[in-house]
Design a protein around this ligand. Structure first.
Ligand code: RNT
Ligand code: ZN
Length: 418
C-alpha cells in the first residue's frame, strides 16, 4: 500500500481514538456489510425478456447515454467492472426479466433453470443474489393494473409469476448459501381519482396471499413488499400504498421495503426505520434519490443518505436490514453510476460508524444537549476520507477519483464498441 495513504490513516486513526472510536473495529464492521447492487442500472430496466426490451408501462427511465448492456453477457461484464471498483463482497439484485436463456419464456413460465447462468457467475464472483418478480413492461400489465386488476384472468397470470419468482429466489438462496431477498413491487393504480379505493386493495391483498400461500424455507428466501406513493400514470391513487404494505407486511411476516423515493417529498425513510424495526420481521432498503419526485437519481452523499447510515448504525439495525440500491440514470456512464451510488452508500455507513455513539447517547440521556450538538458538529471535520481511502487500498480497489480513469478506459475499449 502507498505510504501516504498509510500515514494519513495513522493520523486519522489517532484523531478518532481521541474521541473513543476504534477505526480498526469500524473497518471490520463495514467490511461485513453487503450492498445489493441492482442489475437494472446497467440497461435502463429493459431486461432480456423481449428482444427489443422496451419499457411499456409501470416504470420509466430517461436518457440515452451510449454503451448500455444489450445481453446478459454484457451486463455481467459491466457488473464485474463495477464490483472491481467497489471495496468488499456484495450481492446482485436481479429482476425476473433478466433471465438468461435461449428459450422463449414468458413471466408465468419462469423456472430456476432460466437463471442458472447467473448463479454460476455469482458463485464464481463470490456474490449473493437477490430477486424481484417483474410486474411491469408487459402486455398483461392492463389498464395500469396487475395483481389488483378486476379481471381474474389478469390477476391469475401475475399470481403465477409471483409464485414462480419465489421458487427462483429459493433456488438462489440454496445454491449460494445466503438468503435471497425477493421483493414485490407492483405499479397498480389510477391516473385519476377513483370511486372505489377499497376493492383494488382487497384484490391486491388476496392476490398476494395466493402468491405467498406456499411456505418456503426462510434460510433460502424471504419476501419483501414495497410501497409507493404514486407513479407515472398512477398519480391519483396507488393500490400498494405505505399503509397497505405496513399492514400487509406486519400481518404476514414479510420484510417491509422502503424506497427513499416513495414518500411525500418532505418525508424521509431515515425517520421511519426505528419505528418499522420495532414491529417488522425485517427491513429492505431501496436506497435511491428522489429529485422533486420519484426520479431514481444516483445516490449522492446528501443529508438523507448520511441520516440513513446513522440510523442503521446508531440503532444497531444492520442485522435486520438488507441494503439494496434502486436508481437508474441513463444520462451518464452506467458503470460509473453503480460505482458512485454503491461507494456513497458504503461511505455513509462508514461515516456513521466513526461516531462515538455510546458517549453521544450518554450525553443525550443526561440531557446534555450542548455536548451532543458540539460533538456532532466537530465530527464533521474529522478526517473521514483517510479512513475510507485506507479501506479501499486494503481491499485492492482504486482510491479516490482514480476509479474514474478505469471507467473511462472501459467505456472507450468496451462500451462504445457495442
Ligand atoms: C419502482 C420501485 C421498484 C423498481 C424496481 C425496478 O418505483 O422503486 O423497486 O425501481 O423494481
Ligand atoms: Zn424501489
Amino acid at each position: 500500500m502507498n505510504e501516504q495513504i498509510k500515514e494519513q490513516y495513522e493520523v486519522a486513526k489517532a484523531a478518532y481514538a481521541q474521541v473513543g472510536v476504534d477505526t480498526k473495529a469500524v473497518l471490520t464492521q463495514l467490511d461485513a456489510v453487503k450492498i445489493s447492487m441492482h442489475c437494472w442500472q446497467g440497461d435502463d430496466v429493459k431486461g432480456f425478456l423481449n428482444p427489443n426490451g422496451e419499457l411499456t408501462g409501470g416504470i420509466s427511465v430517461t436518457g440515452n447515454y451510449p454503451g448500455a448492456a444489450q445481453t446478459p453477457a454484457d451486463l455481467r461484464q459491466d457488473l464485474e467492472k463495477a464490483y472491481s471498483l467497489i471495496p468488499g463482497k456484495h450481492k446482485l439484485n436481479l429482476h425476473a426479466i433478466y433471465l438468461d436463456t435461449d428459450e422463449a419464456v414468458d413471466l408465468n413460465q419462469i423456472e430456476p433453470k432460466h437463471y442458472t447462468k447467473w448463479v454460476d457467475w455469482a458463485k464464481e464472483q463470490g456474490l449473493g443474489l437477490d430477486f424481484n418478480p417483474t410486474f411491469f413492461s408487459h402486455p398483461m400489465f392492463k389498464d395500469g393494473f396487475t395483481l389488483a386488476h378486476p379481471d381474474k384472468a389478469v390477476r391469475d397470470y401475475w399470481i403465477e409469476h409471483g409464485r414462480r419468482a419465489r421458487k427462483v429466489a429459493a433456488y438462489f438462496g440454496k445454491e449460494l448459501g445466503q438468503v435471497s431477498v425477493n421483493n414485490f413491487w407492483v405499479p397498480d393504480g389510477y391516473k385519476d381519482n377513483p370511486i372505489d379505493r377499497l376493492a383494488p386493495r382487497k384484490r391486491l391483498m388476496e392476490s398476494l396471499d395466493a402468491i405467498f400461500s406456499e411456505e418456503l424455507d426462510s434460510t433460502y428466501t424471504v419476501d419483501a413488499v414495497e410501497s409507493k406513493l404514486f407513479g407515472l400514470g398512477a398519480e391519483a391513487y396507488t393500490v400498494g400504498s405505505h399503509e397497505f404494505y405496513m399492514g400487509y407486511g406486519l400481518t404476514r411476516n414479510k420484510l417491509i421495503c422502503m424506497d427513499a423515493g416513495h414518500f411525500h417529498p418532505t418525508e424521509v425513510i431515515s425517520n421511519k426505520l426505528s419505528s418499522v424495526s420495532l414491529f417488522s420481521e425485517g427491513i429492505l432498503l431501496h436506497v435511491s434519490r428522489p429529485v422533486r419526485w420519484d426520479s431514481d437519481h444516483v445516490v449522492i452523499m446528501d443529508d438523507e443518505l448520511m441520516e440513513i447510515g446513522r440510523e442503521l448504525v446508531r440503532s444497531n439495525l444492520l442485522g435486520k436490514t438488507h441494503i439494496g440500491l434502486d436508481f437508474f440514470d441513463a444520462t451518464i456512464n452506467r458503470v460509473a453510476a453503480w460505482v458512485i451510488g454503491t461507494r456513497n452508500t458504503q461511505k455513509a455507513l462508514l461515516k456513521a460508524m466513526l461516531e462515538p455513539i455510546d458517549s453521544l447517547k450518554e450525553s443525550e440521556l443526561k440531557g446534555d444537549f450542548t455536548t451532543r450538538l458540539a460533538v456532532i458538529e466537530e465530527l464533521k471535520d474529522y478526517p473521514f476520507a483517510a479512513i475510507w481511502n485506507y479501506y479501499c487500498a486494503s481491499k485492492g480497489v482504486p482510491v479516490g477519483l482514480s476509479w474514474l480513469e478505469e471507467v473511462k478506459k472501459y467505456e472507450k475499449d468496451v462500451l462504445l464498441k457495442r
